[in-house]
Write a protein that binds this ligand. Structure first.
Ligand SMILES: [Zn+2]
Length: 326
């Protein structure tokens, strides 16, 4: 069975558009830890209130989760947590200020560093420069377009034979998870430029197909408008009615769709799984490409952020796959 791995990594030290930071000026971040199902259910209800949003994942009994509350609702949220005796900790009194302190650069010569975030044009320029610099190894191609018409750029590293086992890596399918594409680019950099012979040897054994920016529309929106935007930017059944846009692309594949609380049916929800499977251009492009390489595909690695977890199949429940011990 194909190993499918989701990696989550922590945010690195973090000047981006004033619009996106001003949106969160004075907003607080709280860490909440439900210990009972009643507390978990209460937190899920709380997350539906205007001005309250969960970051990173839904509340689960025994797990920390993180919630952002606007100044208008903070007292209400705190009172409510006390009422349900839910363990909580104020971890950030001004999220907008933290966003402004993120280190952000644009660099159009392809020469990026690993201590700052870059915009989409800088990332694409980096990929172009690296592909031009390694013509024998790299093919830079597109596997399709996003809803807003941006290219989905695939960076293929093939040393010698194109029939070797393929490792697929994608990142930033969730728009706000900027660190994930930074890690994707770093992996590319290491595979191409590391002096470490152990890393170089990977290229003898495997071909790497990397999609560093799986959700470019959402990524651009998270840079220019809302730092915590997670979804795509597509129109949904609700867009004309209430303006809610976008789908959680990681919930839109035709794989156990909406099973086991694996997404939301609410188009305004962060985890909206779509009006149907495969409504998102990005998901269709990824699935069609994976299908085209399935004979050689041996691993699927999807990079995310926030949770600091390694998630292995099946993901939808705790069933272990036959190769679990490997
Ligand atoms: Zn994610």
């Amino acid at each position: 069975m194909l190993p499918i791995v989701g990696l989550t990594v922590g945010f690195i030290s973090t000047l981006i558009g004033l619009t996106t930071s001003a949106m969160y000026d004075g907003h607080s971040m709280l860490r909440v830890t439900p210990q009972t199902k009643r507390q978990e259910d209460h937190l899920r209800d709380l997350g539906k209130h205007q001005g309250v949003s969960f970051i990173g994942g839904d509340p689960l009994v025994g797990d920390h989760s993180h919630v952002i509350a606007s100044p208008q609702v903070l007292d209400f949220v705190l009172e409510s947590l006390k009422k349900f005796e839910t363990e909580h900790l104020l971890t950030n009194p001004d999220v907008g200020r933290s966003i402004r302190s993120q280190k952000f650069r644009t660099r159009m010569n392809g020469d990026i560093s690993w201590d700052a975030y870059y915009d989409l044009d800088s990332i694409n320029q980096y990929l172009t420069v690296q592909s031009v610099g390694h013509p024998d190894l790299v093919t830079l191609t597109t596997i399709g377009k996003s809803f807003e018409g941006r290219d989905l750029l695939l960076f293929k590293i093939n040393k010698g034979s194109t029939t070797k086992p393929i490792i697929w890596i994608d990142s930033n399918i969730h728009a706000r998870e900027w660190i994930s594409s930074a890690v994707g680019l770093y992996l590319i950099d290491q595979l191409l430029n590391s002096p470490d012979i152990e890393i170089q040897a990977y290229l003898d054994d495997f071909n790497f197909h990397v999609l560093p920016m799986a959700n470019p529309d959402g990524f651009v929106f998270s840079h220019l408008t809302d730092r915590f935007w997670r979804k795509t930017r597509s129109n949904t059944s609700a867009t004309a009615i209430n303006g809610c846009r976008g789908v959680d692309p990681n919930r839109n594949f035709d794989a156990y769709w909406l099973e086991n609380d694996g997404g939301s049916k609410d188009p305004c929800d962060l985890y909206f799984a779509g009006d149907a499977v495969f409504t998102e251009f990005e998901c269709i492009a990824i699935a069609q490409y994976l299908d085209s390489i399935r004979a050689n595909l041996i691993a699927y690695i999807s990079l995310h952020s926030w949770g600091q977890n390694v998630l292995i199949p099946t993901g939808r429940d705790s069933t272990q796959i036959p190769e679990y011990n490997e």
